[in-house]
Write a protein that binds this ligand. Sequence first.
Ligand code: NAP
Length: 263
Amino acid sequence: MKVLLLGGTGEARRLADLLVAQDIDVVSSLAGRTTDARLPVGQVRQGGFGGVDGLVDWLRDERVEALVDATHPFAATMTEHAAEAARRTGVPLLVLRRPGWDAGRASDPGAGEHTGDRRPGLDVDQTTAWHWVESAEAAAQLLPQVGSRVFLTIGRLGLDAFAGTGLWTLARCVDPPEREPDWCTVILARGPFAVEDELALMREHRIDVLVTKDSGGEMTSAKLTAARQLGVPVIVIRRPPLPPGVDAVESVDQVVEWLRRRR
Ligand code: NAP
């Protein structure tokens, strides 16, 4: 069985490990934008496909029998392209989306006694001071009401939305932004991060508000625990929705099981 695995995440690398170990013919695909990317085991291709048409051609030319989208929850364009290409070719698609964060999730180990306290329909969680917003622009607009010394952990591509806040900002990115911004201090670092280090960083810079995307997972959740311990409010950018009708699971094991059934 030939599988195309759209990657760029830790889960995709773990999945490639498992599939290669089971002798499944898997090709991992990376956008190829991160310098020094951690490559998965097995066959790897890098770079965009050239839109939906390019992906359709690739699926047909390579006789792909199953498509797994294990891209980052915020890689919305790739996921939309995968859904459309699957529809056009009839290649079955499964999307792997790790669970998002919320104040009661196990992936936010600092949640403690707050487990399950996020009230549906309430955008600000009164207990944990998590503010949910739809976009980077909405986060930037809300920021001055929430804090004045900002820790921005949304990646280099969304930085521009925050250029006009006028607030002191520390931005953490994996790769340097294309142009060095003059309105914030940039530090380069790649997870996983430890709670003690996040505490030290936030104390050193006297951070009083954290901005994050709802990426989910353990690699970067230590900042949430540190924010809770320091009483720092968090602005969380919601995930883009999945394209309608696509099948999605939350764990690598569920993908392996789906492929096993298809074989
Ligand atoms: P995106 O906006 O959804 O995708 C933009 C374009 O990049 C796609 O149309 C596609 O080009 C190409 N592309 C994206 N993922 C690809 C893949 N796995 N293989 C081949 N081409 C890919 O994606 P993004 O948010 O820029 O993310 C790029 C990559 O970084 C993804 O693989 C994602 O898993 C990873 N990543 C993203 C984030 C994030 O916060 N967005 C965080 C960590 C890792 P064509 O149209 O030419 O095919």
